[in-house]
Design a protein around this ligand. Structure first.
Ligand SMILES: *Cc1c(COP(=O)(O)O)cnc(C)c1O
Length: 231
């Protein structure tokens, strides 16, 4: 597992996807999702030039942050239990998984800071029952309802596509999230600039970039999975 080589191969694919879509490479941030790997792997990723890291559990985030001194950006990408909000809300730069009113209320209550917390609303575009997220139909009302929370700034939307053998099968979900984002952006809500689209993982990031992803979340293909052998 050589992160430098992985990163280079991924950047080649991201660059090609940007060219196909007529996009600027600078619009796309590659995040390393480190939930399956140790802090040493995070150090290697930092050496390879990666600056954005994602964790999906509160204990994983706290553990990695404690071990890593470098000034990188931390993203919380997993399901966030309300009772864990107070532990993570000051420890990450962005929360990607705002998916319900009670969580918004808790984030707003627990956060103490000058500038609001950047939150992305998770959308369940595919409608799978096992997936978190507000439905596309609920999205506008939900985003509007967040206006009353002074500590929350809605910076965009996140989705997790269903698993598919052929990543082309999930392209319509990415496209739909972009269309939802464009719709909300046109409303020009001051608390919800919504420029970001957090979509695309190891299997399907090329399709996501072609459809407008601004943040791709890569675990296995970038930093690997150290838990796999025990499965
Ligand atoms: C684990 C995880 C990823 C990365 O998954 P890979 O398929 O290993 O790239 C991305 N996003 C979220 C929310 C995750 O939980």
């Amino acid at each position: 597992m050589n992160i430098n080589e992985n990163y280079e191969a991924i950047m080649t694919k991201v660059t090609a996807a940007c060219e196909r879509a007529g996009r600027d490479l600078e619009e796309v941030t590659v995040m390393a999702v480190t939930k399956y790997v140790s802090a040493e792997r995070v150090e290697q990723a930092i050496e390879a030039g990666i600056k954005n890291f994602g964790e999906s559990r509160h204990d994983g985030l706290l553990e990695k942050k404690q071990a890593i001194q470098a000034p990188v950006h931390w993203h919380f990408v997993g399901r966030l239990q309300s009772r864990k909000v107070k532990e993570v809300v000051h420890e990450c730069d962005v929360i990607h998984s705002l998916d319900r009113p009670s969580l918004a209320k808790e984030i707003n209550k627990r956060y103490q800071g000058e500038t609001p917390v950047a939150c992305m609303v998770q959308v369940n575009v595919s409608g799978e029952e096992t997936k978190a997220g507000v439905t596309p139909d609920e999205l506008e009302d939900f985003v509007r309802s967040l206006e009353s929370y002074e500590h929350i700034r809605v910076t965009g939307f996140m989705t997790m596509a269903p698993h598919a053998e052929n990543p082309e099968d999930v392209r319509p979900y990415f496209r739909q999230l972009r269309e939802l984002r464009d719709h909300i952006q046109r409303l020009k809500l001051p608390h919800a600039p919504c420029h970001h689209l957090s979509m695309g993982m190891s299997n399907d990031f090329e399709q996501a970039v072609e459809e407008g992803a601004t943040i791709i979340r890569l675990g296995t293909s970038l930093v690997g999975n150290e838990t796999r052998r025990e499965e």
